[in-house]
Design a protein around this ligand. Structure first.
Ligand SMILES: NC(=O)c1ncn([C@@H]2O[C@H](COP(=O)(O)O)[C@@H](O)[C@H]2O)c1NC=O
Length: 638
């Protein structure tokens, strides 16, 4: 079906402003003062079925009488990529009340829409709604085919421009008749003249989502396929429409469909300036996120670790009640630029419990990172309890329940109100053990059905499921930390010691059992805030000194804490640390720290080495018959 010819179109020479007055359809382009100035009502949930079919150019009903728009799934897969949460930013925004004293929105009538989408979720529902309310549909190849299959009248962009889609789809919409229709200023006589002279029709609504670049990269597609999935025409249209938001509405995500349909339904097929501006802002954000993902992959291909300009993009996952403290505002974003990795806190599914808080998320991340250190295939089940970002319980065990029970026994006092992480699925026995502790969050790859029933009784316990462990590869992403006026980037700390990699520096070498515990302790201590000293024994942490300004204090606190906890558990004095091993996150600058752990009963130590006084420290260990190994890497955590 050809688009209405320019002479028959409201945008004909006869209808140009400043020439013949304002024709009926030009009402869409006159200032708000000339239009009914009702505020856009809040967005309603889209619940009912599609409006009954009817004449193609039937007007949108008035809000008081109109049927609600059809239900539209509020999810999208493109963009953001698969790990990112689906959000409904525009819907939320439109639902927000206008600030007091805000001017009434300027309304723009939608008569022609261009639809070009890779993610065709809810496309037919949205297009049907537009078509049934008299909006002309203009569309690209695959999108037009989908609309035609649904018996919707649609004009191919190629027919409108007179140019076929070419170069394997690299050129479809990159044409002045498209971009002129998006960028022309409707109340500029010069623009109107130029458009009419070139047979350019105004496009009032653009619905575009982009080639799934993030998903293509995430599934490890070859480089050439990644490049082919860089969308060019889509972003060009989105940017043009967003720039011209005074006249054009731009939709870049399926989650925005409901808000736009509600707006149209409530405003006689017009959109208000407030929604258009918000959608334009979201469009630029979406394009920036897309470009960030493209730049990241291109830099990876070019081998650039730290590019001259780095871009990072996040998709709002949830606003939080407050930040680290109640007087700090906060929100939680998922990384959608390809740097966030997978199977982490941001992509986990919360299956029960209250809303996560800022500190919950931060502590859960710490707990999950430590639990994920342990590979179920080689280490067996492992459980972690975290408080204030430091582990207060870590253990492996034959079963998930055993690992948790042993982890809890490390420091039951501190574990109260903690965050629990497991590296294996939670079964019923583990769930029953966990249910005995007051905890804020449980994070695990999965839960069994029976475990879910047990946990459901703990209504306040937030349960997060990650669907598995993060991949164990070196490309674990970058860590970002903000500083005043900037941010620091570094690679994730993936260093792991093995019995083959460590160097025995004392006269006595560790026994096999000591070596196992040394390597276990070394993997934990890198998750403890510096200065960190950790006692461990039999696959369990038994005493931790965290976040101290001097290493000797960390050693003394770790020993004291182990003693206190043992005493409270009714154990013999010093039983926990007798025969234990110790990991230090950095070298001992003096022998005093080593002497402190030896006095507590530790028999073996793992540390990076590298102190000017290594010789003194080694001598102190030898004097006490201790075994000490150097792992040659430091694991500070600040
Ligand atoms: N090259 C172009 O002119 C162009 N114009 C629109 N696209 C994209 O093509 C996709 C839709 O294609 P189709 O309608 O054929 O399924 C959309 O994701 C849209 O962003 C283009 N493709 C890539 O750049």
């Amino acid at each position: 079906m050809p688009l209405a010819a320019a002479t028959a179109d409201p945008w004909s020479a006869a209808a140009r402003p400043g020439r013949t007055g304002v024709p009926p359809l030009m009402a869409a382009f006159v200032p708000a003062a000339a239009l009914p100035t009702r505020r856009p009502p809040p967005v309603r949930a889209a619940t009912s079925s599609a409006p009954a079919g009817g004449a193609a150019r039937r007007r949108l009903p008035r809000p008081s009488r109109c049927a609600a728009p059809p239900a539209v799934a509020m999810t999208s897969t493109n963009p953001p990529p698969s790990d990112a949460p689906a959000t409904a930013p525009a819907a939320e925004a439109a639902a927000a009340p206008s600030p007091p004293g805000a001017p009434a929105p300027t309304m723009v009538r939608v008569r022609r829409a261009l639809l070009s989408v890779s993610d065709k979720t809810s496309l037919v529902g949205m297009a049907t709604y537009l078509s049934e309310n008299g909006v002309e549909l203009l569309s690209t190849g695959g999108t037009a085919a989908a609309l035609r299959a649904a018996d919707l009248p649609v004009v191919d962009v190629a027919d409108y421009t007179g140019f076929p889609e070419m170069l394997d789809g690299r050129v479809k919409t990159l044409h002045p008749k498209v971009h002129g229709g998006l960028l022309g200023i409707r109340d500029s006589a010069d623009h109107v003249d130029a458009m009419a002279a070139a047979d350019i029709l105004p496009i009032d609504l653009v619905i575009v989502n982009l080639y799934p670049f993030g998903e293509t990269v995430a599934r490890g597609a070859p480089w050439a396929e990644c490049v082919e999935n860089v969308d060019i025409g889509g972003p060009a249209m989105v940017r043009a429409a967003a720039k011209n938001h005074s006249h054009v509405t731009v939709v870049t995500d399926v989650s925005q469909y409901a808000a736009v349909m509600n707006e149209l339904a409530d405003n006689d097929c017009s959109t208000g300036s407030r929604l258009r501006l918000r959608l334009a802002a979201e469009a630029y954000g979406a394009m920036a996120a897309y470009d960030a993902a493209v730049a990241r992959r291109f830099h990876q291909q070019a081998g650039t670790a730290f590019p001259p300009v780095v871009t990072w993009a996040g998709a709002l996952k949830q606003t939080l009640r407050y930040g680290e403290n109640p007087h700090q505002a906060a929100a939680f974003y998922a990384d959608v630029s390809g740097g966030g990795g997978s199977r982490g806190v941001a992509s986990a599914e919360q299956i029960q419990g209250k809303e996560l808080s800022y500190n919950n998320i931060s502590d859960t991340d710490a707990a999950w990172a430590l639990a994920a250190e342990f590979d179920p295939a080689t280490d067996g089940p492992a459980a972690v309890v975290v408080k204030h970002a430091n582990p207060c319980g870590v253990a492996t065990g034959e079963t998930a329940e055993a690992a948790f029970t042993r982890a809890l026994a490390c420091d039951p006092l501190s574990a109260f109100g903690g965050i629990i992480a497991l590296n294996v699925a939670v079964d019923k026995a583990a769930a029953e053990a966990i249910a005995g502790l007051f905890a804020e969050v449980l994070i695990a790859p999965d839960v069994s059905g029976a475990a879910a029933e047990v946990l459901a009784k703990k209504k306040n316990l937030r349960v997060l499921l990650t669907g598995g462990l993060p991949p164990r590869d070196a490309a674990a992403g970058l860590l970002l930390k903000s500083v005043s006026g900037g941010f620091l980037l570094q690679g994730a700390d993936t260093a792991v010691a093995s019995s083959a990699s460590v160097r025995v520096v004392t006269k006595r070498a560790p026994t096999d059992a000591e070596m196992r515990d040394l390597l276990f302790a070394n993997r934990i201590v890198k998750h403890v805030k510096s200065n960190a000293i950790l006692f461990a024994r039999d696959g369990r942490a038994v005493g931790t000194g965290a976040g101290q300004m001097s290493r000797v204090d960390a050693a003394r606190i770790a020993a004291w804490k182990a003693g206190e906890t043992g005493r409270e558990a009714g154990e013999a004095e010093g039983a926990r640390t007798a025969g234990s091993v110790v990991a230090s996150d950095a070298f001992f600058p003096f022998a005093d720290g080593l002497v402190a752990v030896a006095d507590a009963g530790a028999t073996a130590v793992i540390q990076p080495g590298g102190s000017k006084r290594d010789a003194e420290v080694i001598a102190a260990a030898d004097e006490r018959g201790m075994a000490m190994v150097f792992c040659d890497f430091r694991t500070f955590k600040h």
